[in-house]
Design a binder for this molecule. Structure first.
Ligand SMILES: C[S@@+](CC[C@H](N)C(=O)[O-])C[C@H]1O[C@@H](n2cnc3c(N)ncnc32)[C@H](O)[C@@H]1O
Length: 166
């Protein structure tokens, strides 16, 4: 039996897809201005995973800002950027990364459209505070004239035809 990856039902066959298996900063530096309509990423959280070196939060954000400024340069005027992060935790103290990142994106002129909180039921258990069970996605656009196709992602109404309001 052939298993079909459902993702591809949503992707137009005319779409040109390229995968660049390289450091993103090197790829971005040789990419033209205004090239992308969407940047969707979950960057390292500075928590000491195998692909990152844990550093002070200030140094970490400085490193990420270099990438962010290249991403904004390569984002089209109609483009959107979605930045998915959790928390950085140092000696039990929680640093909500999206709050730190928001200042960087504002400084670069982006406009926040939604702060999406998503929840998950399982993960590491904390013993000196409640366990972390959510992450956030900051969705920004570059200008006020941005791509947003609400009809394509609408959730059907729970009570169709209901007209009275609370
Ligand atoms: C928080 S994880 C996101 C994982 C992703 N959401 C997934 O489900 O595979 C960060 C990812 O960024 C990648 N990464 C870290 N630094 C990078 C860099 N400079 N250029 C490109 N990718 C990088 C890591 O290898 C890791 O897969």
């Amino acid at each position: 039996m052939q298993v079909k990856d459902t993702l591809f039902e949503y992707v137009s066959p005319e779409l040109h897809i390229e995968i660049q298996n390289e450091d993103c900063l090197s790829v971005l530096k040789r990419t033209d201005n205004n090239k992308f309509d969407l940047v969707l990423t979950s960057p390292p959280y500075n928590v000491g995973k195998s692909y990152e070196t844990k550093m002070s939060i200030e140094k970490y954000l400085e490193t990420q800002e270099e990438i962010i400024s290249e991403l904004i340069r390569t984002l089209s005027d109609k483009g959107n950027l979605c930045w998915q992060v959790g928390n950085f935790v140092d000696k039990g103290e929680v640093f909500p990364l999206d709050i730190y990142y928001y200042q960087i994106f504002k400084r670069h002129g982006l406009k926040l459209r939604n702060r999406i909180i998503w929840h998950f039921g399982h993960g590491l258990h904390a013993s000196n505070r409640f366990s972390g069970r959510y992450e956030t996605i900051l969705w920004f656009s570059k200008t006020d004239d941005y791509i947003f196709n609400l009809d394509n992602v609408r959730v059907p109404s729970k009570y169709p035809g209901k007209t009275d309001t609370l």
